[in-house]
Design a protein around this ligand. Sequence first.
Ligand code: URA
Length: 208
Amino acid sequence: AYDAGPLVPDGTGLAGLRAAAAGCRGCPLYRDATQTVFGSGDASARVVLVGEQPGDQEDRQGKPFVGPAGRVLMRALDEAGIDPALTCITNAVKHFKFEWDARGKRRIHKAPSLHEVAACKPWLTAELRLIDPEVVIALGATAGKALLGGSFRVTRERGTLLTLPLEGDSGPPLVATIHPSAVLRADDRETAYQGLLADLRVAAKALR
Ligand code: URA
């Protein structure tokens, strides 16, 4: 099975993890992507936000949530009273998965498989262990499944205080919500956005 686990160094900080992840060959996604997009922020972050995978812009720039979905997320964080300086933003999968459109011009996002999510999980676990945040926010179904297991359903569990299971001990509070790109795709964007915001406010209350 694909597994980044053997590539994750022990006893390093986030910079060491990031450097090791840059050369990850834990699954085949590195072949077509431009680069690994590791989490932003530093180990003092009090909130970790987990998305799905980098998109086209993130793949080019090497930073998470710098495209359209990121703009929605930043606005919602601000409105929910979560200071971006307190956050680390990362993804369940750290390489962009895509296929070319028929004309070979645009790279169309493809959802990562469960195997790819599982292969990448050791990076996410290592980030969460190092940062030890006060609250974790799962953005969308892929992040929710990566963190809570395959039976997670975002429509059922969003906006409630859950607990992140971490091997060996029980982890910090976790709040799941929709992915910010679902706001951009929604027929009623305003209602979808208000839902995202309400869920982020639940997470904001979990901050000490
Ligand atoms: N969507 C994600 O899930 N992650 C990103 O980094 C960008 C868009």
